[in-house]
Design a protein around this ligand. Structure first.
Ligand code: NAP
Length: 459
């Protein structure tokens, strides 16, 4: 081994250690930011090590890739809003998976059939997973952005078509293993994988898209690990495997929080039925004035804020913190209840509230806070809907039956901040809004919270 190869292997070791610590850091909101920095450091170490250790024929392509990638990355970081983070992540998966597939194509073009059987197998997996993740992630991004219809796209005999596409892909994979020099077989495998990615994701509704993306993230990681086997690159094997399995665990956790099984997400056509579902609800929605709401809050002893997707779209995180501080100054105990799938991505509410410097100690997870609602004077629901829908608990026929919820309806009084009669992500009506303990305060969450804070100061 040359000195530069030793250097490269050392940077790979450092990168792998940093990736492990990064994942550990990201498992908790307080240390997540540090985790991201560690991951970035690991990635930088791996890139520098590779550039120094691998004999590069011409640096022009490397520079071109670096420039284009940096421009796209910087653009996404600066201009994509927080609420569009899921589709941004889907695009990142598509790019990563495309890179893995293209490396596979490159290796095939250079080495053809001249590689050991095990490497050939890894190359087949890399190209298959990379290609299907690329198109699957692009469809997911399109659905989340609203460019493609969010409702499941279904047609007669779809399961059969999907099964046949999968079987054709698997067959060409086996033929490729037997005839690794046959370019027609290899490129047919590639094409079928691109098609299968589309077929896999179009029947899934956008309500389930974050889970699908987390699964695709897992596939992209496994494609990268397979690339590592083909290239004999240790850091790719380690990072890809970490990504693959953490993505899978995240998918399982998200499904648990939504009371769904992964098979159900992938084959259930969930979004279709939910989007068209209607439920009949008795009662009327009662509106409350700003002054009455401020009065209730100012004279309460215990208040719980329940943020949801509307807080994110309104960017009301600073406004809620300011109102909470005013209440605390008056001696009111203020807590925040965080549902695991509130918003549009895992940890969405934690990130927003941390950005507004809400102390982490004021944030309570669902299991911790639910027993506290009966002794709470006012629960303030800020742009949350599905995660506080009591039908999930009380109505076994509801399409979200069994999904764990924040039990705000058990509080003495509930004030719901939303713009109008808009439904949540699931498209279902929410009986909470019609209960006698609930009153509605209409308007954009940020401006409502700002006006509430002003009104509280005058109480
Ligand atoms: P939600 O059910 O989507 O409801 C959001 C509510 O916010 C809407 O009813 C809307 O009503 C209101 N709203 C929107 N913009 C607003 C604004 N500017 N000001 C005030 N209110 C506003 O949100 P959620 O309760 O947070 O539930 C999250 C949903 O996403 C769940 O169904 C969950 O399963 C799904 N999901 C989340 C994840 C995740 O990882 N977090 C993953 C997969 C799926 P108006 O239009 O009337 O204002």
């Amino acid at each position: 081994m040359t000195l530069s190869t030793y250097f490269m292997e050392a940077t790979y070791l450092i990168a792998s250690i940093l990736f492990v610590f990064a994942l550990k850091g990201m498992s908790h909101p307080e240390t997540a930011r540090r985790g991201m920095f560690l991951a970035e450091g690991g990635m930088l170490a791996a890139i520098i090590g590779t550039l120094i250790g691998v004999h590069i024929l011409t640096s022009a392509w490397i520079l071109a890739g670096l420039t284009i990638g940096s421009i796209i990355g910087a653009w996404m970081a600066i201009f994509v809003p927080m609420t569009a983070m899921p589709q941004r992540t889907a695009l990142s998966h598509a790019f990563g998976a495309l890179a893995a597939a293209l490396v596979g194509v490159g290796e095939f073009a250079v080495r053809g059939g001249e590689m050991p059987a095990i490497t050939r197998g890894a190359l087949g997996f890399e190209v298959m997973l990379g290609a299907l993740t690329t198109t699957g992630s692009l469809i997911a991004a399109g659905k989340l952005q609203g460019i493609i219809r969010g409702k499941p796209i279904q047609f007669k005999g779809q399961s059969i078509v999907n099964l046949l596409t999968f079987l054709a892909m698997a067959t060409f994979f086996v033929i490729y293993l037997a005839h690794p020099e046959d370019a027609a077989v290899f490129y047919t495998l590639l094409a079928l994988s691109f098609v299968f990615g589309v077929m896999l994701v179009i029947p899934i509704g956008s309500a389930d898209m974050p889970v699908v993306m987390s699964l695709l993230n897992s596939y992209a990681g496994l494609a990268a690990a397979a690339t590592g086997f083909v290239l004999g690159n240790n850091v790719l094997i380690i990072a890809g495997t970490l990504d693959g399995f953490s993505g899978f665990i995240l998918s399982v956790l998200m499904c648990k929080a939504m009371n769904r099984s992964i098979t159900n997400v992938l084959f259930g056509g969930f979004g279709a039925s939910i989007a068209e579902a209607t439920s009949t609800v008795d009662g009327v929605m009662r509106e409350i004035s700003m002054d009455d709401a401020a009065m209730q809050l100012a004279f309460a002893s215990r208040v719980i804020f329940v943020p949801g997707y509307g807080l994110a779209t309104a960017q009301a995180q600073h406004a809620v913190r300011e109102l909470a501080e005013l209440l605390e100054d008056r001696g009111v105990s203020v807590k925040y209840a965080i549902h695991p799938v509130a918003g549009r991505m895992p940890g969405h509410m934690n990130v927003l509230l941390a950005e507004a410097n809400v102390p982490y100690s004021s944030l309570y997870e669902m299991e911790q806070i639910n027993p506290e609602f009966p002794t709470t004077d006012v629960a303030v629901v800020i742009g949350a809907n599905d995660v506080v829908n009591p039908d999930a608990r009380d109505n076994p026929k509801s399409l979200i039956a069994g999904m764990p919820i924040l039990e705000v309806d058990r509080a003495k009084s509930v004030i719901v901040l939303k713009r109008g009669q808009g439904r949540g992500f699931s498209g279902l009506e929410n009986p909470l809004f019609f209960k006698s303990c609930t009153s509605m305060l209409y308007g954009d969450a940020k401006s409502t919270l700002t006006h509430l804070a002003q009104a509280v100061q005058h109480v």
